[in-house]
Design a protein around this ligand. Structure first.
Ligand code: PLP
Length: 427
């Protein structure tokens, strides 16, 4: 029995399913989740001290790689001054100032503790600001696990077969309209019919919770247009794409601006941080300036703030994003070539340092229906083959992959060689 198997058995005695976030349980791919003891750069080390090249990167935050020495040093130093004060610190202002400086249309920003809190609060703000109840989201997009957003969601919700969860009151879910990602006509039609009842559209500007689906040309622009025409707000959920697709996320990459932007993952450098920010006149409606309530005991936590500050300082080093994108391209091209050699039909998507592979004959995958039609069983065998070769991919076919600044050329070559070997065994 491996140590991970032993630890998983113990964990299941005390924690539902042995995990604190469902996708970690390996239910989609079968087998036992790796229990991780430590991580460094591009690598994870499991409880048996086996090393893996990691393309999950804690589901996106570790864009610099794990345990970057400067980030760790900043965290350790701050921890010695106290872990939480429940009162303002200048660190919060520093991180807020950095976000407002870098992001278009972000005049004010509020910190929270997770992406879920960020999107949940952004939705409340949009509803309170517009005085409307209905929200529009897209099938397969995941915005955390708050009630209004757990309707036809992606990520673990999709993997578990519960994209719409029991426990979400039908009366609340009725206010959530779910449309097809990348279907601009569907969006126009919906707004033609009930645009004046819609508070906001919330969208992943690159969908990363139904594998990796970039927006088709014109899709995000249409969202911007219908929101402007009908007095609705556009929430770009950049929890995953922020500081990953580019320094200014998908907004910088595609040139579309949000009314409210949600951030998470990278801005905490591995610590629990989320944020929502936007135009002054909207953000001023939040308490204590305005009547829309939102709060948090640990929000703006000083240790989390320094991890974020140090991470954002490091990602602004010249060439970092160009290098990440080039490495992602090399990995994707290499794996596609290996699949072709083995006669395995495979398609890939990428955006900056996010990527995804699809076991399908289709030359392009750009919506939820196409994702669902892919060969999951083949993905699962691929996943386990790669794991045996020391490559850690997301343990579900509905998740995006992530490159980090710490992945070396050799890591990428080794990954492609592993894929070549595993494709040869897939048949
Ligand atoms: N929004 C997006 C786009 C996400 O990818 C996620 C998590 O993966 C969330 C929101 C929720 O973030 P958290 O898991 O930190 O609550």
């Amino acid at each position: 029995m491996s140590k991970s198997e032993q630890l998983f058995a113990e964990a299941q005695q005390y924690i539902p399913g042995g995990v604190n976030s469902p996708v970690r349980a390996f239910r989609a791919v079968g087998g036992t989740p790796l229990f991780i003891r430590r991580a460094e750069g591009a690598y994870l080390y499991d409880a048996d001290d086996k090393r893996y090249i990691d393309y999950v990167q804690s589901w996106g935050p570790m864009v610099l790689g794990h345990a970057h020495p400067d980030v760790i040093e900043a965290v350790v130093e701050q921890a010695q001054s106290g872990l939480s004060f429940g009162a303002p610190t200048e660190l919060e202002t520093e991180l807020a100032e950095e976000l407002c400086r870098l992001w278009p249309n972000m005049d004010l920003v509020r910190f929270v503790n997770s992406g879920t809190e960020a999107t949940m609060s952004a939705i409340r703000l949009a509803r309170g600001y517009t005085g409307r109840d209905k929200i529009v989201k897209f099938e397969g997009c995941y915005h955390g696990h708050s009630d209004s957003l757990l309707v036809k969601a992606g990520s673990g919700a999709l993997t578990m077969g519960v994209p719409s969860s029991p426990g979400v009151p039908a009366s609340l879910a009725d206010h959530t309209i779910t449309l097809n990602y990348n279907d601009a006509d569907g969006v126009r039609q919906c707004f033609d019919e009930i645009g004046d009842q819609i508070a906001c559209i919330i969208v992943e500007p690159v969908a990363g919770n139904m594998n990796c689906i970039p927006p088709l040309p014109g899709f995000l622009e249409t969202l911007r247009q219908v929101c402007d025409q009908h007095g609705a707000l556009l929430i770009l959920d950049e929890v995953m794409t922020g500081f990953r697709v580019s320094l200014t996320g998908a907004q910088g990459h595609f040139g579309v601006e949000a009314d409210i932007t949600t951030l998470g993952k990278v801005i905490g450098g591995g610590m629990p941080v989320g944020a929502f920010g936007g135009k002054r006149e909207i953000m001023e409606k939040i308490a204590p300036l305005g009547p829309i309530y939102q709060a948090g005991t640990l929000s703006g936590n000083p240790v989390a703030m320094v991890a974020g500050l140090e991470t954002l300082r490091l990602v602004q080093e010249p060439g970092l994003y160009e290098d990440l994108t080039a490495k992602t391209d090399r990995l994707v091209e290499g794996v596609l070539a290996a699949a072709r050699e083995a006669g395995i039909p495979l398609t890939a998507n990428r955006a900056g340092s996010m990527f995804g592979f699809f076991f399908t004959d289709e030359p392009q995958v750009s919506n939820y229906q196409q994702v669902m039609a892919c060969d999951n069983e083949r993905f699962n065998r691929f996943f386990h083959g790669m794991l045996a070769e020391g490559v850690y991919l997301a343990p579900a076919s509905y998740e995006a992959g992530f490159m980090s600044a710490a992945h070396s050329d050799k890591d990428i070559e080794d990954t492609i060689a592993a894929a070549r070997k595993v494709f040869g065994q897939l048949g």
